[in-house]
Design a protein. Structure first.
Lengths: 318, 403
């Protein structure tokens, strides 16, 4: 084990997921400190580059969610500064963060992903929203899920069962991104499968089954304690469980990710595993599924994160 | 309470890049901190054993007397015996709701109304029915009609909750000639009036408005507080109620908290006794007037013709109505989170201020905290993209621009 010097947890940022990121960051920092790692947490703000230049940490552990955090921006800057970090490279981030691109990449590798349409808001304005919506419904059927092309924590996401509700869902969506991804809704068991890189390569963590009390895994269901029930491991038959693990590992590999990731999937009644998206900086809060998967695998959150940080240092030749 | 997207977005509003026209925080930096420190120090040194001890549930008698002096500025003639000191007026409202409301009771409010009052009524399982409001406040005719309609439907209306002066969130004030009519309509229907008046002493023109309670001591429970006129951190508010109601409020307060912080009560009492508080009120009024002017000027210069907004004569808030079809909640992330621009702005979308889904195209703007220059920057459309920002377009809430 490399001696691990100061770990800088980057959390906050200026995305709508700031609050979630701060919660993730504080939890990670406290866990690392508890096992004797010198860890601090700081925001990604206008002073960041100076701070990293003047007093470079041994390694950065980014837990920034959303734009800047997961689209490769911050990691590109860390590369420029020569500071090692935990997680995927900017190139990989850019692919994974863009949901339609990621869907196409994993589909090419053989995974099933719900049929979808991706359009910019201007298309609805310039080409006639009514006609376009009718065609979308014709193609995808109902229900559909409308989500921003990029971003997490279900911000701007709507489940739409009636065509009449699509315009409002699109309006909510484009609040967060200029492009909307409209995806056929799949019914089944919703699971999140974490992946962690180990000395033996990437390992899939036990699938976490997500059962929101309201039926919809929206922002409130994600971050209000008690609003969603989680079952680890997910109640899947062994074949489906293996297929879900395989899908998460395939996504991790195809998208070129490293260290950690979390892939969201739905297992339908026929046992087909449907790929939704992959997070390259999964949430680490008390109600986040990546740490639940770790616990389900019998791994200690603090130790696993320390090992990831140490590995990032080694990778950088330090 | 559940986590919400809007609340999560407000977590970003603390970043310096964002002009927050969302919160209703008074600008306590305008207080003379040396005088506050001296007051606190003397309090501990001279009355520490009392200030740090339990107190009675009704509140410190000296403070209650002083509160009566404050209320006299709005025409209220009250006895300290009928005052109950509470943790802000928020607790007073909760106690009033606790002793009056049963599930399915109706509470009438202005449309829109104070969002946290809606939370209190929801917690007590009451149903809120809104009464229309215009630039002169609550419409007495609409109030009477609503009361008649609800009575005919067999509904039990327990109270009218109103913020009649410099209302939160709309900034409007119930006109003098309407005040008696509102109270009379409620009296006829046997409905209690709960007058919440946190901003009454922060008027920009002339003398304070006469409170509803001033002319209707038996019909009105009056809620007052010091957060906006002194400091919210001390959390000192009060209720003034008819004696029978007051007795129940004291019992409810005792079960809720045993006693309020004696230290905070005595700190307020001493500050008011020893410092030139009326002069401090003038400082606050001038500060907020300047900010109100900045906001109204910016709105007049920047908003399209089909937008409308209120012109508050005091308090903290302007209510902005945009054309139908615009969803201010959907637009909020667009306003707050564009990248690489000089000004990003936070506001509160309108729907949260209604119990019935109205307010989609409306929003609340607060001018109480940012400097006039920041307010102007926040309201103005973005014309100064940072180098390399390209032509991301205008992110201010404007018609005809989805998102």
């Amino acid at each position: 084990m490399t001696d691990l010097d100061r770990v800088l947890v980057l959390a906050g940022g200026i995305s709508p997921e700031r609050e979630v990121s701060l919660r993730s960051g504080r939890r990670l920092q406290e866990a690392l400190v508890r096992i004797g790692v010198d860890a601090e947490v700081r925001d990604a703000d206008a002073d960041l580059i100076d701070a990293l230049t003047d007093d470079a940490p041994a390694v950065v552990f980014p837990v920034l969610h959303g734009v800047s955090g997961e689209d490769g921006t911050v990691r590109e800057v860390l590369d420029l500064l020569g500071v090692p970090y935990v997680g995927a490279t900017p190139d990989a981030c850019r692919v994974a963060f863009d949901k339609p691109t990621a869907k196409a990449a994993v589909a090419a590798a053989g995974l099933s992903t719900p049929a979808s349409v991706t359009l910019p808001k201007e298309a609805f304005h310039d080409l006639g929203a009514g006609q376009l919506i009718a065609r979308i419904v014709q193609r995808l059927g109902l229900a559909v899920v409308v989500k921003p092309r990029a971003g997490g924590s279900a911000f701007g996401v709507s489940y739409v069962a009636a065509a009449a509700d699509l315009p409002a869902a699109l309006m909510t969506c484009v609040g967060y991104h200029d492009w909307a991804l409209i995806e056929r809704a799949v019914t089944g068991v919703e699971v999140a499968v974490g992946v962690i890189d180990t000395a033996d390569g990437p390992v899939a963590l036990p699938a976490v089954e997500i059962m929101p009390a309201s039926g919809v895994y929206d922002y409130a269901a994600r971050y209000t304690a008690g609003e969603t029930r989680f079952v680890v491991p997910a109640r899947l038959d062994p074949r489906a469980a293996a297929a879900a693990a395989d899908a998460a590992l395939t996504a991790h590999r195809v998208l070129g990710l490293r260290d950690l990731s979390r892939t969201d999937l739905i297992v339908d009644h026929a046992g087909t595993v449907w790929y939704l998206e992959t997070n390259i900086a999964p949430g680490l809060t008390e109600t986040s599924t990546w740490p639940m998967g770790l616990a389900g695998a019998g791994l200690d959150f603090a130790v696993a994160c320390r090992d990831l940080a140490a590995h990032a240092m080694t990778r950088a030749g330090r | 309470m559940v986590a919400s997207e809007v609340r999560a977005l407000f977590a970003v509003a603390s970043r310096p890049e964002i002009v927050s026209l969302a919160g209703g925080m008074p600008d306590v930096s305008a207080l003379p901190m040396d005088a506050v420190a001296q007051t606190m120090s003397e309090l501990v040194l001279q009355r520490g054993p009392v200030a740090l001890q339990y107190g009675g549930a009704q509140g410190d008698p000296g403070l209650r007397e002083r509160i009566c002096g404050v209320m006299a500025m709005e025409g209220i003639d009250a006895s300290p015996d009928n005052v109950v000191v509470t943790v802000g007026s928020q607790q007073a409202l909760d106690l009033v709701a606790r002793i009056f409301l049963d599930p399915a009771d109706v509470v009438l409010t202005e449309a829109p109304t104070y969002v946290t009052a809606l939370n209190v009524f929801a917690a007590h399982q009451a149903q809120v029915v809104h009464v229309p409001m215009d630039d002169d406040g609550l419409d007495p005719q609409a109030l009477s009609e609503t009361l008649t309609r609800l009575a005919a439907a067999g509904r039990t209306v327990k109270m009218l909750y109103t913020v009649p002066t410099f209302q939160n969130p709309a900034g409007v004030t119930l006109a003098g000639e309407r005040r008696g009519l509102v109270v009379q309509a409620c009296r006829r229907a046997g409905v209690l009036v709960v007058e919440d008046n946190p901003y009454g002493l922060l008027g920009f023109d002339g003398e304070p408005m006469r409170a509803l309670r001033a002319d209707a001591p038996d019909d009105v429970v009056y809620l007052g507080s010091f957060p906006k006129t002194l400091a919210p951190g001390l959390r000192v508010g009060w209720a003034l109620a008819p004696p029978a109601v007051k007795d129940r409020l004291v019992l409810a307060a005792e079960s809720a908290m045993l006693s309020h912080s004696v230290f905070a009560q005595l700190a307020v009492d001493r500050y008011l006794a020893t410092q030139p508080w009326p002069e401090q009120l003038k400082v606050f009024r001038e500060l907020y007037r300047e900010r109100r002017d900045a906001m109204l000027s910016a709105l007049a210069a920047e908003m399209p013709e089909d937008a409308s907004w209120t012109r508050p004569a005091g308090g903290f808030f302007v209510w902005l109505r945009l054309p139908e079809g615009i969803d201010t909640r959907a637009m909020l992330p667009r306003a707050m989170l564009p990248r690489a621009v000089a000004a990003r702005v936070a506001y509160v979308p309108g729907r949260g201020f209604y119990a019935d889904g109205q307010g989609r195209n409306e929003l609340r703007l607060s001018y109480c905290f940012p400097s006039p220059a920041r307010i102007t920057q926040g309201v103005a459309p973005r014309r100064d993209p940072a180098p390399g920002a390209g032509t991301a377009g205008d992110v201010r809430p404007r018609p005809g621009r989805p998102g």
